[in-house]
Design a protein around this ligand. Structure first.
Ligand code: UT7
Length: 319
């Protein structure tokens, strides 16, 4: 099959309005702003909204930047671990808000979901589709126990989205990828039906560092690239110390890393597109750059993609 190319026609992201600072959390649990910042890199997080509402808002922004309408979207992939309902999935509700008339499906791969979605989108482009909407959206406040300082400090709400499309010019391309899962680790981070998240934080930390290193290397091997070929990396935003520990092993630097954790907390499937949106705002990625996205999280799951960047040029956007 001919390589269809892979272009980020538009990216968008939103955070709900209500900010919860570390000091706010300190009023109800035995913690402090200093401890949370030093051990996680998180300064505040957002709460409120619905998963479908945030997803649709981020997607509408991405579509506007891509200059496309509802009829131009061929499939919607929504990565979320906090769906609006147990049944049905949230993607059809997002499609309804946006006025899409296409397939719409949820991806539940926890914090790796949006990167899983990119790989699936590339597969759909290979099968002949033109343009896929890949969204990550979460309302984790509904699954967070704010009396448990081991988990209650970490999570937040938000959404990010990308319109990815064929790139016949050959400029943009998905160069390499890796997807993985290991169900042995379900009970290090999980939630029962209608329950809150339970976590063995130390084990998640340890397994996350291993998964990042393994997945990044597998994607590099598939692409025939080395760490030195990567211009920019956006990892899942869980804990700055996880990223620093993994980077020490891999050889990436924080200067080539996109982070948004300080203002968002861990927004699971939304975290990478939320960070990407900021990176584009700051003009840190340009056409032709080799960019790696690395997701990891509950399951455990992990997912990496390496792309030659083409598309969303924020400097050309006026609003
Ligand atoms: O998408 C993946 C989602 N999950 C994650 O990314 C979680 C990965 N794990 C982590 O981020 C870290 O393990 C945590 C942030 C959850 C915990 O940090 P840590 O450095 O592993 O702390 P710890 O559990 O080893 O606890 C150290 C100390 C303990 O006190 P003692 O026993 O030394 O007296 C804890 O009781 O810090 C205490 N502690 C806290 N103190 C203030 C634990 N949580 C808090 C807190 N505030 N929120």
């Amino acid at each position: 099959m001919t390589n269809p190319g892979f272009r980020f026609a538009g990216v968008g992201a939103v955070l709900p309005d209500t900010i919860v600072t570390n000091d706010d959390l300190g009023k109800n649990m035995d913690t402090s702003d200093q401890w949370i910042r030093e051990r996680t890199g998180i300064g505040s997080r957002r709460v409120g909204g619905t998963t479908s509402g945030l997803a649709a808002e981020a997607a509408a922004l991405a579509m506007k930047r891509a200059n496309v309408g509802p009829d131009d979207i061929d499939q919607l992939l929504l990565a979320t671990t906090s769906p609006d309902y147990m049944l049905p999935g949230t993607a059809p509700a997002v499609a309804e808000i946006l006025g899409l008339d296409c397939g719409a499906i949820d991806i539940q791969a926890a914090c790796s979901g949006w990167v899983y979605g990119l790989v699936m989108a590339n597969g759909l482009l290979l099968q002949g589709e033109e343009r896929i909407l890949v969204v990550g959206a979460e309302t984790l406040d509904r699954m967070t126990d704010y009396t448990d300082r081991g988990t209650g400090i970490l999570f937040g709400n938000g959404a990010g989205a990308a319109v990815v499309e064929k790139d016949s010019s050959g400029a943009g391309e998905l160069l390499g990828w890796d997807l993985g899962a290991d169900g042995k680790y379900i009970k290090i981070l999980w939630a029962e039906h209608a329950g809150t998240m339970k976590m063995d934080g130390k084990e998640v930390f340890r397994q996350a560092v291993i998964a990042i290193q393994r997945s990044a290397n597998a994607a590099l091997d598939r692409a025939g690239l080395t760490v030195e070929d990567i211009d920019f990396v956006i990892p899942h935003q869980a804990n700055i110390r996880i990223v620093e520990a993994a980077w020490k092993r891999l050889g990436f630097t924080m200067e080539q890393t996109g982070m948004r954790l300080e203002e968002t907390g861990n927004t699971s499937a939304a975290s990478i597109p939320l960070a990407l949106d900021k990176v584009l705002d700051d003009g840190r990625i340009s056409d032709g750059d080799t960019v790696m996205f690395i997701g990891f999280g509950a399951g455990m799951t992990w997912a990496t993609t390496i792309v030659r960047w083409s598309g969303d040029d924020r400097s050309a956007v006026t609003s």
